[in-house]
Design a binder for this molecule. Sequence first.
Ligand code: SAM
Length: 318
Amino acid sequence: MSRAADLRLRDALDAAAAGVPRGPLAASVDRLIGRYREGGAAATPILAGATDVLAYALYRMPATLAACSAMFRQSAFRLPGIATVVDLGGGTGAAAWAARETWPAARITVLDQVAEALQLGRQLRADESGTVDFVRWRAGAAVPAADLVTVSYVLSELSAPDQEVLLAAALAAAGRAVAVIEPGTPSGHQRVLQARRVLLDAGWQVIAPCPHQDACPVRPPDWCHFSARVERSATHRQLKRGELGHEDEKFSYVVAVPDGPPTGDARILRHPLKRKGLVELQLCRPDGTASRDVVTKRQGAAYKEARDVRWGDTWSDG
Ligand SMILES: C[S@@+](CC[C@H](N)C(=O)[O-])C[C@H]1O[C@@H](n2cnc3c(N)ncnc32)[C@H](O)[C@@H]1O
């Protein structure tokens, strides 16, 4: 069996960073973290050259791969046999790595405005199997048709009208699904809610994470998000000056399809609280409400199942 994608990506990133002075990379990481925290649409590309692109790939790609893999895990059972994927604003291709693991036979195209990002994306996949094309593209230009169109951590760089234009392009190009993922912050969730509105207004149906098409019942100060564990490499720890061997990437997302029945299962909105003899689940339910469910040992099979579920999984509510 081949090594897991996160380990292969880590090796490819280490190879790309070999011999590159750490000082400028660390300075780029600091600048990019600050810029992304600040938010707001970008008049010129935020990734300004090869050092920024490598810095971004080193500190963000493992987390983005983990988040996109989790998003696909939580929705792919509704999307068997995806044969073509287009990733808008795909940068160095983190979402493409996740899509390749989920649909090994899919032909994947990464579109982005930054030539150096596409070049690094190609280099990172040099030893990987399966086709991933990296193509220069600027939002507003034509998008090739694909079964699945992904928009991963892109919306925050665009103005609100440009976000809508990008989503309209995604909808026009996608035959079977559109997936949008953003940081799992209150503002990231707000952008996902806007995207969800655009998808629903186009007559599409949300299949994940929401088990319904109604207004989101998770209201401020809370926000709907999920979490994926990322193992940090030595380079990653060095560049982010982190001590821990891992970090938890928080993400918000929405996956929609042109038609098809809703799953009928609730979504688990928090880490299940497991105590002796009971599991407490915070659920978003098919009727559009969010509330707590307590599953006790007396419920036999349901309790056994509840002991194994994770934040982000579906839960049969019936
Ligand atoms: C935060 S990065 C995310 C990259 C990648 N999607 C990922 O998840 O790792 C945002 C990406 O969107 C791209 N982008 C932003 N505005 C764009 C535009 N107007 N046209 C094309 N790409 C754009 C940037 O070049 C950058 O690669």
